[in-house]
Design a protein around this ligand. Structure first.
Ligand code: MLT
Length: 240
């Protein structure tokens, strides 16, 4: 099965899961790891970030995330991929709380493997999922969505991944959501400018002054990383 689900943790048990929050958490996570962050710890609230930071030397961590798209007062980093430069993140543990993306990650307990996918690390994610599918795994794509609702950009990206998987396994079963996502990818293709202009969250980010983030999140395959979520932290999949 190649399936796509919303925030339905029951669907992930024993499966290989790709969590998608194109705007912006999964794009930011891929960028941070590509730029040398040691790890990212997804947390459900800013309070948890502050609490967890007490377990570290202050210089080793970055407090990061957003609330209503905006950086959290007193934190080091917001949720703009462009902030996660090598200078800012190299060797650091990022304690990260966002509205939709990090709760979606935390909800994947029971999955066999969990990766973080987006347009910026599409090829790398697809390679990982293809290998899993070849080994007989069920692949489930979890769209973080927006405040527990459907998000166009996550679904279109899920469709791109499903299509990529189907190229090698055209016979595989798709659930209805996966089929709908495929149609969305056929509609938008590489025109992520049009996709983000149609999407509620894309428009909200543009209105809030984050147009540069939309460009960063649309940079297909700019980052060659597979962020793997294991033991409550996300690290870069190593060679081999
Ligand atoms: C989230 O995780 O809710 C999103 O990344 C929101 C945002 O664009 O900051």
């Amino acid at each position: 099965l190649f399936g796509v689900g919303a925030l339905t943790p029951g669907d992930v048990a024993g499966r290989v899961v790709a969590v998608i929050d194109v705007l912006r958490a999964s794009s930011t996570i891929a960028t941070a790891l590509a730029n040398g962050a040691r790890s990212i710890v997804p947390l459900e609230s800013s309070d948890e970030v502050v609490l967890r930071s007490r377990q570290f030397e202050r210089r080793d961590v970055k407090l990061a995330g957003e609330r209503r798209m905006l950086p959290i007062p007193g934190f080091d980093l917001g949720n703009s991929p462009g902030e996660y430069t090598p200078e800012a993140v190299e060797g650091k543990t990022i304690l990260f709380a966002t509205t939709n993306g990090t709760p979606a990650l935390v909800a994947t307990q029971g999955a066999r493997d969990v990766i973080v996918a987006s347009y910026v690390n599409l090829k790398a994610s697809l390679a990982f999922l293809r290998t899993a599918a070849r080994g007989g795994a069920d692949v489930m794509i979890l769209c973080a969505g927006r405040e527990r609702h459907f998000a166009l950009e996550d679904a279109a990206c899920a469709g791109r991944i499903v299509r990529g998987l189907m190229r090698r396994r055209p016979d595989v079963a798709l659930n209805d959501a996966a089929q709908a996502c495929v149609l969305l990818d056929r509609r938008y293709g590489d025109r992520l400018d049009l996709l983000f202009a149609d999407a509620v969250h894309g428009r909200a980010l543009a209105e809030a002054g984050f147009s540069a983030d939309l460009d960063a999140c649309a940079a297909i395959d700019a980052q060659e990383v597979v962020p793997v979520y294991y033991d409550r932290q996300i690290t870069k999949l190593g060679p081999g």
